[in-house]
Design a protein around this ligand. Structure first.
Ligand SMILES: Nc1ncnc2c1ncn2[C@@H]1O[C@H](COP(=O)(O)OP(=O)(O)OP(=O)(O)O)[C@@H](O)[C@H]1O
Length: 902
């Protein structure tokens, strides 16, 4: 048997040898899907003799694709071109480098990451005189991404025409597009949009790619977005060999567009497809696996599959309950020390996982106290750090002379070239339609630009450009760091971390060069820009690893602590607020991912105390109550009300949390409004509609709300009787309070049939404008839009409805999205505690609740930061300068500390 299919189990072998047609593998946690994928790739190359350049293998992260390339190399040697083992973004870059010229873009277009986007925005803010007091970068970036979720903007960017922006955000958006266009710069959203656009509009190019890719395999399919799935299914049209692997139970990116249903419904989309189920787990002990199976079963949206293992039983899973966070941290540190000192294992065998970054603080303190070495995976992304961005911008300036890099480094380190100088250069560039750097070069002798700093800058860049072809990148970086003054800047800055990071960057480049001696500056920059993970090798020493559950995806560790396992943290209160029932399922999947990372031992820990994000005392996670007592041992001293609470607690903590506790007709008591009757139970929103006679009003009350007590329950006979009366009850109710509304809505109902055809026509038109050449997508958009139209037609909150319609007059899906977001935010704003900030946020965005919430949260975070800053004199100055705006205070404070502001 060939070496790459040795040691595979029956299902893995089937997956490896099922090379033709549409194949779906539902592979549970730890079932060896990476092994199956790499073996399959090797099998296609070695046994079938297909060239690697005809196989596309898409992974979710850069890290995963590097890992896969490495494993494949081990199997088939390194004489193959493995560059099609890549991410979606990486693949799109390949297509665009080859074919973007078909839409008038140069092949050496620039790829921008978030920092680059911000650089453009800074420039636009200057130009329009906008400050972050009015609109934050975060808001604009979100707006840009939202606008780019449809393809409409591409027509504008490719054939610029005059547009009338609807509001300030849109004004910035169109300016941003112009600047992108002038620089031939693409952000991450553009990579896939441009690729799809080219495929849809250029038959010859599309045909070439479809022909080229005989085999396509996709890893982590459950996390692919709609566009990503579309891309691979379109590409597989000719050869029809599409192999997708994933685990719907491990979907943890739905919040940013993952669509697991493409994996779940794959067999419907491709009726001829074959499904292989890989459910033998090789990673964990039966104790750990049973716990995982047990929890994930509570999810409703899933493909049912129980994982099994033949591994030995192992030790029991432990749940530790602590009195407070520090006890929780200390207990973990103690347990690690105990096991290491017994020589059962090393520090590096432990991983401590948590839902949110901030949880690590108390754990870190405990580890430091006990002298336990640890490393944090994925804290601040390496390539997002200032010093790294600065040096990379120099490199990009040398290679591309683009505006983004120019703006970032022209005055870093300071060359006395301030805002006015930049404005002058910008004006010339704008008039002559050339880059900023050319504008400066060509006009360096002119009065406004004839400055020593500017001449020095040009000399430097020209000097570096001369060296580019003679030196290795690692050497070039060293020269740039020294000659540009960056090293000196960071040395005097006193932040030695920055210097260490620069050294780390040089080490990573040396590693690159040892793998590929001839790597060009262009290729290197391209590779770097695509890093969205922490892509430098993580600290490899004998250290405990701390990371978020999201970062732990795909990894495995002998000993795992899942800490901060509290209600409001896991599940996250914020996610539930935003996405309700959907969020609960995703949070449960996160828990499942965390549990299934463990090989030998698993600890679940949580503590009592106050939770600042929910504003309540902490409770154990609802998921803990889903676990049968037989599956774990409990340690720690329980408070009386926590200890036996799973017996007494309402269903929201004992079982499937989103299940309602009360039925229509139940009489309940509310802390403030006394007696009320449940009128409606909306499971989708997770709320009841309750009529309170005291205030003669109906209120939506959250399922989670703890202040309701049942007074009288409706029996099932009552329910049957009531159904007959329901219409009358509803009517008389409406007659009292909403006669006018009811009349209108009845009228509307009658009218609906007649207007329906108009709406249908309007939506058809919208869909064909969105996807002019794609009938399938038109139908898809049409049916979604129609559903969302009906939703919007029925919504109750007119104020929020108008906001949504104003923003998106033609797009019902976006209306629904805006409506739902604004409703959540409206409720949020009703309950906020800081009245001053509330007022501030409302003043900033009188008719946008989502923005209000964001401004509020950002300001609150900045306010808390200001309290903690150690240079109190600077903090005071910042407060005086920006008395109302805490974000600006932080910004100003940082400028004062860095000496940029005196
Ligand atoms: N057929 C096999 N025989 C023995 N060990 C195996 C086999 N297949 C996989 N393994 C081992 O099982 C472990 C899990 O494999 P792998 O990391 O590929 O799982 P996975 O499906 O990618 O997991 P997850 O989705 O949870 O990240 C690895 O340590 C791997 O070496």
């Amino acid at each position: 048997m060939e070496k790459h299919i040795k040691n595979l189990n029956e299902q893995q072998l089937e997956a490896v040898t099922s090379t033709e047609g549409y194949v779906r593998v539902i592979a549970g946690a730890g079932s060896g899907k990476t092994k199956a994928l790499t073996s399959r790739y090797a099998y296609i190359v070695e046994t079938l003799g297909i060239s690697a350049s005809n196989i596309l293998c898409v992974t979710f992260t850069n890290k995963a694709s590097r890992e896969m390339r490495l494993r494949v190399k081990k199997l088939i040697g390194d004489q193959h071109d493995l560059s099609y083992i890549t991410t979606y973004h990486g693949f799109c870059v390949r297509v665009l480098r080859e074919d973007i010229n078909k839409i008038g873009y140069p092949k050496n277009f620039v790829i921008m990451d978030v920092e680059d986007q911000k650089t453009i925005l800074r420039d636009i803010y200057n130009e329009f005189g906008i400050t972050s007091k009015l609109i934050t970068f975060k808001q604009v970036l979100r707006h840009i991404s939202r606008r780019k979720s449809s393809q409409e903007y591409l027509d504008y960017i490719i054939n610029p025409t005059k547009k009338e922006p609807k509001n300030d955000l849109d004004k910035i958006f169109y300016r941003y597009l112009q600047k992108q266009q002038r620089n031939f710069a693409l952000d991450f959203d553009d990579l896939i949009n441009f690729t799809l656009y080219i495929f849809l509009t250029d038959k010859v190019v599309f045909e070439k790619w479809k022909q080229r890719l005989h085999y396509i395999q996709v890893d982590e399919m459950q996390d692919s977005s709609e566009k990503q799935f579309r891309l691979v299914s379109m590409l597989s049209e000719t050869h029809k060999n599409l192999f997708v692997v994933g685990d719907p139970d491990q979907t943890i990116y739905e919040w940013r567009g993952a669509r697991p249903e493409f994996l779940v419904d794959f067999n419907q989309q491709f009726p001829s497809s074959k499904t292989i189920l890989m459910n033998q787990n090789y990673r964990s002990t039966p104790n750990i696996l049973t716990l995982g199976n047990h929890i994930i079963k509570n999810n409703k949206v899933r493909v049912d599959k129980d994982m099994f293992t033949q591994n030995p039983q192992g030790v029991e899973v432990v749940h530790f309950h602590a009195k407070n966070e520090s006890e929780e941290g200390n207990w973990i540190a103690e347990e690690i020390s105990r096991l290491v000192s017994k020589e059962v294992c090393n520090f590096s065998d432990f991983a401590i996982l948590y839902r949110a970054n901030h949880i690590s603080r108390s754990i870190e303190q405990a580890l430091v106290k006990k002298n336990i070495p640890y490393t944090i995976f994925g804290g601040i992304r390496f390539f997002e750090r200032k010093e790294i961005k600065d040096i990379l911008s120099y490199l990009r300036m040398v290679e591309f002379e683009d505006d983004i890099s120019f703006l970032r480094i022209i005055n870093t380190p300071s060359r006395g070239l301030g805002k006015k100088f930049i404005e002058e250069v910008s004006m010339i560039a704008e008039n002559d339609n050339i880059s900023l750097y050319s504008a400066l070069q060509k006009n360096i002798a002119s009065d406004g630009l004839n400055r020593k700093g500017a001449k020095d800058f040009i000399d430097l860049i020209e000097e570096f450009q001369k060296l580019r072809s003679k030196k290795k990148i690692s050497d070039l970086i060293k020269i740039i760091l020294d000659q540009s003054g960056l090293t000196e800047l960071f040395r005097t800055d006193g932040d030695t971390d920055r210097l260490d990071n620069l050294i780390e960057l040089q080490n990573s480049i040396i590693a690159f060069e040892s793998e590929d001696e001839d790597i060009s500056l262009d290729e290197f920059l391209q590779e770097i820009t695509l890093y969205s993970d922490v892509d430098l090798e993580e600290d490899q020493g004998d250290k405990v690893k701390l990371m978020t559950i999201h970062t732990s995806k795909g990894l495995e560790f002998p000993f795992v602590f899942l800490c901060g396992f509290n209600e409001g943290i896991l599940p996250s209160a914020m996610s539930i607020k935003e996405r309700r029932a959907k969020a609960i399922e995703e949070e449960r999947r996160l828990t499942y991912v965390a549990i299934t990372r463990a090989e030998k031992a698993l600890y679940l820990t949580e503590s009592e105390g106050y939770n600042f994000s929910t504003g309540q005392n902490k409770q154990p996670s609802r998921f803990l109550f889903e676990i049968n007592e037989n599956f774990l041992v409990r340690k720690g001293e329980f408070r009386k009300d926590v200890d036996d609470s799973h017996l007494r607690m309402p269903s929201r903590l004992t079982g499937i949390p989103i299940d309602q506790e009360f039925k229509v007709g139940d009489i309940i008591e509310h802390k403030v409004w006394d007696e009320g009757e449940v009128i409606e139970v909306n499971r989708e929103k997770g709320e009841y509609l309750i009529y309170f006679s005291l205030i003669d009003s109906k209120k939506p009350i959250n399922f989670e709300f703890k202040g309701l007590t049942l007074i009288e329950s409706k029996t099932s006979e009552d329910i049957v009787e009531d159904t007959a009366e329901e219409v009358t009850i509803k009517k008389s109710d409406s007659e009292i309070s909403e006669t006018e509304d009811l009349a209108k809505s009845l009228q509307k109902e009658n009218d609906f049939k007649s207007i329906e055809s108009d709406i249908r026509a309007q939506i058809r038109q919208f869909a064909s404008k969105e996807y002019p050449k794609d009938k399938e997508m038109q139908d898809y958009v049409f049916s979604n839009q129609l559903e969302d139209f009906k939703f919007m037609d029925n919504v109750k909150d007119k104020q929020v409805k108008n906001i949504a319609i104003k923003d998106w007059p033609e797009d019902f899906t976006m209306q629904k999205h805006v409506y739902e977001k604004n409703i959540v935010s409206k409720n949020f704003m009703k309950n906020v505690s800081d009245k001053k900030l509330n007022k501030y946020a409302k003043k900033e965005w009188p008719s946008d609740f989502t923005m209000q919430q964001h401004v509020y949260e950002e300001q609150l975070e900045a306010k808390n930061q200001m309290i903690e800053f150690e240079h109190r004199d600077f903090a005071k100055r910042a407060e005086e300068e920006w008395p109302e705006d805490f974000k600006m205070q932080v910004y100003f404070y940082e400028k004062l500390v860095s000496g940029e502001e005196k």
